[in-house]
Design a binder for this molecule. Structure first.
Ligand SMILES: *Cc1c(COP(=O)(O)O)cnc(C)c1O
Ligand SMILES: [Zn+2]
Length: 400
């Protein structure tokens, strides 16, 4: 394993990686660091080519030492689909959709769960807990069960009901919360505090960015996009941003690839896509701020991005500015219209969060921020099949 330590991007402190860690004492999330000089000696893009079609193909850049701790359902290496017909209709002919709907549990959250659970297992953790807007809880419950670990999940009532079923089916302890993910977070905080010194065993907090390894799973989307394009970077990557783990992860992956010398200096412009009903990052980016203020009365049909106060705000904003990217909010009506338009033209039922990125691409193209000749990648972060409410069939007449 090439993992060396955990680094605090806010106060620059190093922390050992050989024991469970949550936030830095300064309150910032921690980032996993590797001995990239040694990785470069051990592996190169040609050596990756013949490996397994899952995210473990990047094992030198992942934080799991022993094969027996790898907890997997075959996640990763999702298709990067050209969508020229829809792309041409919005003036972006070189539009590509990375379809994370094919990942186990039907969302890219399984990448984070696979790596996060594997490392937690390696570090001897027996019981994890987290607040979730649905998909992360479903994924962690599923992977925890496979690892023989207990999972306690707290989820708002508004989360997609399928994600509740996934948690229960995987034997997790599910707590429903009449509130937002931030309320679920406070609830989990109490459970974890109460578990300290308990004979029932301590619970480890795996809330978004409160442990460093979920990010390592999600960053593999960045490696894959680049590898699938023949080690070329696209011009723009649009990401539906809730907690921002995927965006921060892709940014981290791009820097690692650059340090490895596997890509050149120019990075894709990263775009944080939010909903007009919950846009703390867009507001902070527009104001030139380094931190985001909590968004009041958050609501959007794209529930995965209904995160009023992301813990990784600083890192998200830094990723946008470092790559000359931007942040944009789109409204629910436009998201659903683009979801339908895309399905009819390309045949793939997107999740609302993925559709939000299409709305953003369309609007950024119309405003000239995206140019006609640019290669644009949209992350479809989940399977449209998990969101039956996006397609109305109740009004169809019965004809026979
Ligand atoms: C969680 C989630 C998001 C947001 O991901 P973050 O990394 O937390 O920003 C987007 N789409 C879907 C489908 C999700 O489940
Ligand atoms: Zn710190």
């Amino acid at each position: 394993m090439y993992l060396t330590h955990l680094h605090c991007p806010r106060c620059d402190t190093s922390h050992p990686a050989d024991r469970p860690q949550n936030l830095c004492a300064c309150g910032s999330p921690l980032l996993a660091r590797y001995d990239l000089a040694e990785v470069r000696k051990a592996v190169d893009p040609a050596a990756l080519a013949g490996r397994s079609a899952d995210l473990w193909r990047y094992r030198e850049l992942l934080p799991v030492a022993e094969e027996r701790h790898v907890t997997t359902f075959g996640e990763g290496w999702t298709p990067l689909l050209p969508a020229a017909r829809y792309g041409e209709s919005i003036g972006v002919p070189d539009l590509l959709i990375k379809d994370e709907g094919l990942v186990p549990t039907g969302s890219f959250k399984a990448r984070g769960a696979a790596v996060g659970v594997s490392r937690a297992r390696e570090l001897g953790i027996r019981h994890v807990a987290m607040p979730t807007n649905g998909n992360a809880g479903a994924a962690w419950a599923t992977y925890a069960a496979r690892a023989g670990m207990r999972a306690t999940i707290a989820m708002p009532l508004g989360a997609p009901t399928i994600t509740r079923r996934e948690c229960v089916a995987a034997g997790a302890e599910l707590h429903l919360i009449d509130g937002l993910i931030s309320d679920a977070g406070r609830y989990v905080g109490t459970l974890i505090a109460d578990s300290a010194g308990s004979p029932d065993g301590e619970i480890f907090d795996v809330s978004t960015l409160k442990e460093p390894y979920r990010l390592e799973g999600k960053k593999t989307m960045g490696y894959e996009v680049v590898e699938q394009l023949g080690w070329q970077v696209p011009d723009v990557i649009l990401y539906p941003t809730g907690g921002g783990v995927g965006l921060i992860g892709i940014h981290k992956a791009l820097h690692e690839l650059r340090e490895l010398g596997w890509i050149g200096d120019t990075l894709p412009r990263l775009v944080a896509v939010q909903s007009t009903g919950c846009a703390p990052i867009v507001r902070a980016f527009g104001a030139g701020a380094t931190r985001a203020e909590p968004w009041a009365d958050a609501w959007t049909v794209a529930f995965g991005i209904n995160v009023p106060a992301p813990l990784g705000d600083e890192l998200i904003l830094d990723a946008l500015r470092d790559t000359a990217g931007t942040a944009i909010a789109v409204d629910d009506e436009a998201i659903l219209a683009d979801l339908h338009d895309f399905g009819a033209r390309e045949g793939l039922l997107l999740c609302p969060e993925g559709a939000a990125c299409l709305t953003a691409a369309r609007q950024l193209r119309a405003g000239g921020w995206i140019r006609a000749d640019e290669r644009v990648v949209v992350l479809n972060t989940g399977a449209g099949l998990k969101y039956p409410e996006t397609v109305d069939v109740d009004s169809l007449p019965v004809v026979g």
